[in-house]
Design a protein around this ligand. Structure first.
Ligand code: SF4
Length: 242
């Protein structure tokens, strides 16, 4: 796909989701808050992980208290978002290790680090991978990073922007293809587009406004399936709401 076509796709999807545009005046959330929220959002919906995040914050009031809490109490707070055992154990262990490493649970020093050093620093914690760190860079540190989840990977391949087998490969390829300042917004727009239109099983190709640009062979078949324009408006993105 040509650069011009990529720009057209970014623009059309951006216009469609314009009502949800970022508020540039919204302050960036603390790095540790964003990291915990991203961790909770793994393998679940944004709505349930947001509820788990708020439960945790409201119940403990500080991350120090979470680090010292019995694991059962942490599990109780985050039960709604699934994978409770792993998430609770990883979060508690990570917070304790941070306190050992830095003398306190505070990651604001990462704001002075270049991207590569942020990856290096956070990869030492169990259960924290490149995707999670990319979200921290994008949504808390304000960097031009393009996190790739399952929606983003699927859509970029259908469109023909990349031809990859894994989300990790897509992340590497997309780094140079998506213009810097558009990366974060395009990421969130693609998630909304993937939830509402370019769905995994039944993409709504017959109402798709980038049908012409799309290189997905099966779009012709899907176009024939009758669907209503009614969308479920599943546009809540947890990382825009921390
Ligand atoms: S035409 Fe279909 S497959 Fe292509 S981007 Fe649109 S919804 Fe997705």
């Amino acid at each position: 796909m040509s650069r011009k076509k990529i720009d057209i796709v970014i623009e059309k999807i951006g216009i469609f989701f314009d009502s949800k545009r970022d508020n540039p005046k919204k302050p960036k959330p603390p790095v540790i808050d964003l990291l915990i929220a991203t961790k909770l959002s793994q393998n679940t919906t944004d709505k349930t992980s947001h509820r788990a995040y708020l439960n945790l914050k409201e119940s403990f009031k500080s991350w120090d208290k979470v680090a010292d809490a019995p694991i059962g109490r942490i599990k109780e707070c985050i039960r709604v978002c699934g994978l409770t055992n792993t998430k609770a154990a990883d979060i508690k262990k990570m917070l304790q290790k941070m306190r050992e490493n830095y003398g306190m649970i505070d990651l604001e020093f990462l704001r002075d680090y270049p991207d590569e050093k942020v990856y290096e620093e956070l990869l030492q914690y169990d259960g924290i991978g490149v995707k999670t760190i990319s979200c921290v860079l994008a949504f808390s540190l304000g960097r031009d990073v393009f996190p790739v989840d399952t929606h983003v990977h699927r859509i970029l391949n259908r469109l023909g922007i990349v031809k990859t087998n894994t989300a990790e490969q897509t992340f590497e390829k997309a780094k140079d293809l998506i213009p810097g300042e558009k990366k974060v917004k395009f990421h969130t727009d693609l998630i909304k587009f993937g939830r509402n239109i370019c769905k995994s099983q039944n993409p709504l190709c017959n109402i798709c406004f980038i049908y012409k640009e799309c290189e997905f062979e099966e779009k012709v078949i899907h176009r024939k399936k009758p669907v209503s324009l009614e969308m479920n408006q599943n546009n809540f993105i947890i990382l825009e709401n921390i």
